[in-house]
Design a protein around this ligand. Structure first.
Ligand code: GLA
Length: 697
């Protein structure tokens, strides 16, 4: 018996091993922890025939198709034709393993590429080409169909709604199938199409975790299916509208890439790779991220009631507290006094801005800030010039009433005329006002949907605009966090996490966001108290401490604060500027301590800011030391920078040694911090401690 002929791709923390089999396409041998395969017997020789099975060995192919012995989910579905691969070419470089599988009878070629990413993860990209003589209709082309180990234990995923994004869900591995499918035309408020699959004994810091995220901003499905083979199969796909993908001879369909992270360092290890994978997709003006400028966003400060004078005052108040980018939100364009009119008519409202926006933009810049503007390009109000001129430009079912949401309809981004119109409008504003930034909003679900082509239409518009204005940065927003995904991350530079800025609500939400996206693109603002979304009141310190974890902004009118609060806010902004390089330095580590405390460290490996957060009232008299497993490799100077939260008569007091750490760093050994834990004081509900940890060599 000969040994198996293996095809291997190894990351630092994972291995992908396929075996050339007697059939055309290689079969899976391993996808998981880093291994050295050595010599292995062939899979077919290891597996004796099972009862009630097809003759021959039908192990799982690298690109499994249905019909001839694979009973798990098939990667492809063509209308009216089966796909059977009869040959497969393999190309291997240091970073890529590429399989080109061909069905010569049906004229179908599928190239599947596994690419190692610099950030430690893996990208899987599939391209299907019609090499035949007739057109083919594609009903499904999965981005990946992957084996998940039989000792997988749990799926962590996120769901959400407007104002309640990223609600974490934990479920045991299914006995049949687990499906997360979105049908709203957007990823939705539960974040991107993705999940974490945890093996045995997986926590934040150790154990084998597999994270997936489809780089796609439309309807998508992630399926995790068990069958009687004894392992699970994950399949990720963009949903295609019936009959929308017809490939003429020679044409190709590119499935959106799947980003994959596999780490034995638990959820944090997989999250680090996921951050790396997304960072690789972000295309920064100038080629590299510059320090993130502190925003002021006008929305919750003034909503729709503004004009040149009012916004001028807001800009002055913003500049006075250290704001670096001023974003004029909804309400600036023709006829927009409420949410019932104006979308589509992207020219300044003559009543509010009789001189156009240029004088305002100049004023903002003369105050030392960049100028950003809100648009909702893919939408139209029926009360607008655009709709009156082109009622046929919306997504619709012929001869049926269209459901509106927030009084608006969705433009059909599949139509070149729509994209051209929007490009012309946006380009004109960018050119005449010379804006630095667009907040690109999208405030409703698609009903009816526009399929994958709607998403591709939006991507094409974004791409064209960015090519014409390479210095422009763009924020992806969809009623808060309805469009947060690695697909649109290729065109954008920030996500608006949620319209809910309540800091208590933001703690778990931001941790969910970080499962898929790095902190430098997480829009996090200091809002007013009480919160406009929840009605809850929180101290300015707590609101600011939580907002400091992402890309900081302010969403209130600083002029409406009393002098003490305003200067305190300015102090927080200065604090964030001092530490933003550390906060966005690369590495994010999440953890949970006892009695409801959560912690979060962000830094570059040798310099960290550490947040210790209590949302609710604690039950224990003493806060227990917090083991920090990431801290084992060095000794550390630990300084308490901030104690953000309420100080009442009956709130816990800080001991003198902790108080001393506010003035001077205390040196701890790495093994003490990792094994015994950082001693922390008891804190009241709605409090955060922010420490600086500096590695000592
Ligand atoms: C959405 C956004 C908000 C704001 C409003 C404006 O709800 O999430 O931040 O821009 O639209 O209408």
């Amino acid at each position: 018996m000969s040994d198996a002929e293996l095809l291997e791709l190894h990351g630092e923390e994972w291995s992908l091993v396929l075996e050339k089999s007697d059939r055309a396409v290689p079969v899976w041998r391993h996808l998981g922890a880093r291994v050295e395969p050595g010599n292995l017997p062939r899979l077919a020789d290891l597996r004796g025939p099972a009862t009630f099975s097809l003759e021959g060995d039908h192990a799982m192919d690298a690109l499994p198709v249905g019909g001839l012995g694979w009973f798990g989910p098939p990667a492809l579905a063509l209308r009216d034709a089966a796909v059977v691969f009869d040959c497969c070419e393999v190309e291997k470089t240091e970073a890529c393993l590429t399989l080109t599988c061909r069905d010569s009878l049906g004229g179908i070629e599928v190239r599947q590429q596994f690419r190692k990413l610099d950030g430690g993860g893996l990208e899987i990209a599939v391209r299907l080409t019609n090499r035949g003589v007739d057109s083919v209709t594609l009903d499904r082309c999965a981005s990946a169909v992957l084996p998940l180990a039989g000792n997988s234990r749990e799926i962590v995923s996120w769901r959400g709604r407007h104002n309640a994004e990223f609600v974490e869900c934990r479920e045991v591995m299914p006995e049949h199938a687990w499906v997360r499918e979105t049908r709203r035309g957007l990823p939705g408020h539960g974040g991107p199409c993705g999940a974490y699959v945890l093996g045995e004994d997986v926590g934040w810091h150790s154990g084998l975790a597999v994270a997936m995220q489809l780089a796609w901003s439309g309807d998508a499905k992630l399926t995790i299916e068990r069958d009687d083979e004894g392992f699970w199969v994950a399949m990720a796909e963009a949903m295609l509208a019936a009959g929308e993908i017809v490939l003429a001879p020679g044409e190709s369909f590119h499935a959106p890439p799947l980003l994959l992270a596999i780490s034995a360092q638990g959820r944090n290890g997989a999250m680090a790779q996921m951050h790396g994978a997304v960072r690789e997709r972000i295309d920064w003006p100038g080629g590299a991220m510059r320090p993130r400028p502190v925003h002021l966003n006008s929305w919750e400060a003034v909503y729709f009631s503004h004009d040149e004078a009012r916004i001028g005052e807001l800009a002055e108040a913003a500049a006075a507290i250290g704001i670096e980018r001023f974003v004029l939100d909804d309400g600036w364009f023709r006829g927009r006094n409420l949410d019932n009119a104006g979308l589509g008519d992207w020219t300044p409202d003559p009543a509010k801005y009789p001189n156009g926006l240029k004088p305002l933009a100049d004023k903002v810049r003369s105050l030392g800030m960049q100028f950003g503007l809100w648009f909702e390009p893919e939408m139209v109000n029926s009360d607008s010039e655009l709709y009156r001129a082109h009622p046929d430009w919306v997504l619709k079912l012929e001869c049926r009433d269209q459901p509106t949401a927030r009084n608006q309809l969705v433009l059909d981004m599949r139509l070149p005329a729509v994209r051209d119109y929007l490009y012309t409008m946006l380009d004109k504003v960018c050119a005449t006002v010379d804006i630095d930034y667009i907040k690109w909003d999208h405030n409703r679900d698609h009903a009816p949907g526009g399929g994958a082509a709607q998403v591709r239409g939006t991507y094409a518009l974004l791409e064209r605009l960015r090519a014409a204005h390479p210095g422009l940065e763009i924020e992806s927003c969809a009623g808060g966090g309805g469009r947060i995904d690695a697909g649109i991350a290729s065109y954008t530079h920030r996500f608006w996490t949620s319209d809910n800025i309540d800091a208590v609500a933001r703690v778990p939400m931001q941790r969910g966001f970080l499962a898929f996206m790095p902190p430098e693109v997480m829009g996090s603002h200091v809002g007013a108290s009480p919160s406009h979304a929840t009605g809850r009141a929180q101290s300015l310190d707590f609101r600011a401490a939580i907002a400091c974890q992402g890309h900081l902004g302010v969403e209130l009118d600083p002029a409406a604060m009393d002098e003490a609060e305003r200067s305190r806010l300015a102090e927080w902004i200065a604090f964030w500027k001092q530490w933003r390089a550390t906060i966005h330095g690369g590495c994010t580590v999440l953890g949970e301590a006892s009695d409801g405390i959560v912690w979060q460290a962000q830094g570059d490996g040798e310099d960290f800011l550490l947040w210790v957060i209590r949302r609710d009232h604690g039950e224990d008299r003493r806060a227990q030391p917090i083991p920090l497993p990431f801290a084992g490799a060095h000794d550390w100077e630990v300084q308490l920078l901030r104690h953000a939260g309420p100080r009442g008569v009956l709130t816990p007091r800080i001991g003198p040694a902790v108080a001393a750490m506010r003035g001077m760093a205390h040196r701890f050994t790495g093994s003490w911090l990792a094994g015994a834990g950082l001693p922390v004081p008891s804190i009241a509900a709605e409090s955060a401690l922010i420490y600086h940890l500096k590695a000592v060599s």
